[in-house]
Ligand binder design. Sequence first.
Ligand SMILES: [Zn+2]
Length: 386
Amino acid sequence: MEHNLATSADRADYLVDLSNIVREQSIGGPGLRSLRRLDLVVAALVTLTGDPDVGVYLIADASLLGGSREFTDQADVRRLRRWVADGLVEEVPDADDRVLEIAGMTRIPVITGDRYDAYRTEHTWIQGNSSQFLKPVPGPAGPAGSADTVALVPLDMGVRTPAQISRREELAALKKQGLLGSDRTPLIKVLTRAWRCPERRCSLYDIHSGDRVLLPRMHRGVPTCQQHRVALSDDGPRPATAQLKAVINGTCVARFTLDEDSVTSVGRYPDPGIALFSLLDPEAAARVSREHVVVSLQKGLVLLRDVSSYGSRMRTADKRGRLGPWEQLPPRVDRRFHPGDEVELAPGVILTRSGRIFPAELPEDWRAAAPQTPVPPGAAAPTMSV
Ligand SMILES: [Zn+2]
């Protein structure tokens, strides 16, 4: 299971509100606190995604280890301490706030049972959200004596009243304009830049060193080093990446990282490119062209083009991740490839994008989510620097 723990939110597929999960007494046997619950959640994620290497990023309150006596099994406490030391748990004074900060910035799904009622004014996007939070619940009972299981179900965060809906929309619109404003946090500009702590030996945010790279912590609208409590300096454009997964007969068998400004061929045996031949059975291999599709990352957009002999089909995911009908891809035309979209190279051979969105896609996503309100006089259209 430990190989599923990511050292950075940048590399994870899911965030885990660890304190909440460890204390969730409806799963993983009795006891006030148990890491067994996390083991079950990760096993459920592997089942849900079909990806044995699905990555989770753990965020915990410092009080989780502070209350170590509440752990039934003291081996859990030792394991947790080691994870904190190894950078596999981000320990912060207020985990809820940190979870929502990262989730709001990246749209990464969150595993939690919490509805974060106290945070909805600041994090308005939680309102009505029914797709970004997953709650662990007891899984179907196995045969007597078998290990217990956990299922993950979407947590509908709900919207209380029409007044709250309009307030949410109002705030979203304000926030949208605030992306350029001086008083609100310009999250997109923050996300598309790399950051560096002025403290000389601090590499917490340095993308060029070490492998633990934190997303900046916003303090009064300024990206701040959470350890040294000083403003971070802008270290240039953040090289962004997108993740591609190969799913064969329902199981994710490989994942590939694509870099910005790259053009990558995917097929049976492209040269150069991503070769799938070792993953395909002979029947599928006969249907997949040597060079089947070309995926490119340009100005923050992920594009996909069919260049195969027998064609490809695509189905696109809506905002809630529901997939539409299969459509034949027109040959040799670039199509947008969004997170959750699926491209079928041959029966049972699917390429998909991991659920997190590419930082440069955020502005478009914001525009799509914001209500149609007139732009206040004097406000410019949203722009961004990449
Ligand atoms: Zn620092």
